[in-house]
Design a protein around this ligand. Structure first.
Ligand code: HEC
Ligand code: HEC
Length: 213
């Protein structure tokens, strides 16, 4: 009898805690969706990006990467170089996310969206040369461009190709990765030298475009 009662109580406690957790999750999800209304103005309702605003596709990106970038933008470690036109648009937006819980909520919402499949826009690339370059990139970004959290390397598949070109140009010029507070960007700035020139950037992005499956 006593045992029955204890088992019942434990069961009830588990039930309540599970309900509590899923309740909190639902609240976060609603918050994430609400916050995303702001983001949608540039990144699009489906997160597919909009080149006119220089806003890349972000739908389906890994939550850890979205969170890390929102924090970098918010602290000014990304998006404050005077020649970083796109970054300087995103930097003030990140400041709307005052609480870390808001960053987590919106990042969770964005990562739950189906991965974007932006139409390729980059022309004039040599696919074979790009594939050869990409072998080095794959060590961190993965053979399918799926990213690797252990290396802080984001997914490159499902990205806007014009954005990948601009990101690589910015790393090479030190417009991104010039701030020591952003150590991952500093690392990638060094890696961008694997690509000797503009044609190599176009070649490797042409190859990355084939990984969108
Ligand atoms: C005014 C337009 C605008 C709004 C609104 C906006 N963004 Fe951005 N966002 C940009 C631009 C432009 C970039 C590209 C920055 C660059 O070129 O480095 C960007 C970049 C990003 C990136 C980095 C992507 C990557 O691959 O590194 C993330 C993540 C992001 N935005 C998330 C958000 C979220 C979440 C919101 C809403 C809270 C938001 N953005 C609102 C314009 C905007
Ligand atoms: C040693 C590991 C490593 C290698 C090799 C490497 N990367 Fe990266 N890459 C990173 C890391 C870490 C980041 C995140 C940098 C940041 O937070 O700004 C990154 C970021 C990027 C970004 C920005 C993505 C975004 O959404 O903004 C692009 C584009 C990129 N890498 C392309 C390449 C290409 C192309 C190569 C090969 C020529 C390459 N990377 C090789 C580690 C690597």
């Amino acid at each position: 009898m006593i045992l029955n009662r204890i088992v019942y109580r434990i069961g009830l406690a588990i039930l309540i805690s599970v309900a509590g957790v899923s309740g909190a999750w639902a609240a976060d999800d609603a918050r994430g969706q609400q916050l995303y209304n702001l983001c949608a103005q540039c990144h699009g309702t489906n997160g597919g990006g909009n080149e006119v605003y220089l806003a890349p596709a972000i739908a389906g990106m890994d939550q850890w990467y979205i969170e890390s970038q929102l924090k970098m933008f918010r602290s000014g470690a990304r998006g404050t170089h005077p020649e970083d036109v796109g970054g300087m648009r995103m930097h003030p937006m990140s400041r709307w996310l005052k609480k870390d819980e808001d960053i987590t909520a919106v990042a969770s919402y964005v990562s739950s969206m189906p991965g974007a499949r932006p139409t390729p826009t980059v022309a004039g690339g040599n696919l074979d040369a790009g594939k050869t370059y990409y072998q080095t990139c794959a060590a961190c970004h993965g053979p399918e461009g799926q990213g690797d959290e252990a290396k802080n390397a984001p997914a490159l598949a499902h990205a806007s190709d014009w954005y990948l070109v601009s990101a690589l140009e910015k790393y090479k010029a030190g417009i991104r990765g010039g701030n020591p507070a952003n150590s991952n960007a500093v690392l990638m700035r060094g890696m961008s030298n694997i690509l000797p020139n503009q044609q190599a950037i176009v070649d490797v992005v042409t190859y990355i475009d084939t990984l969108n499956n």
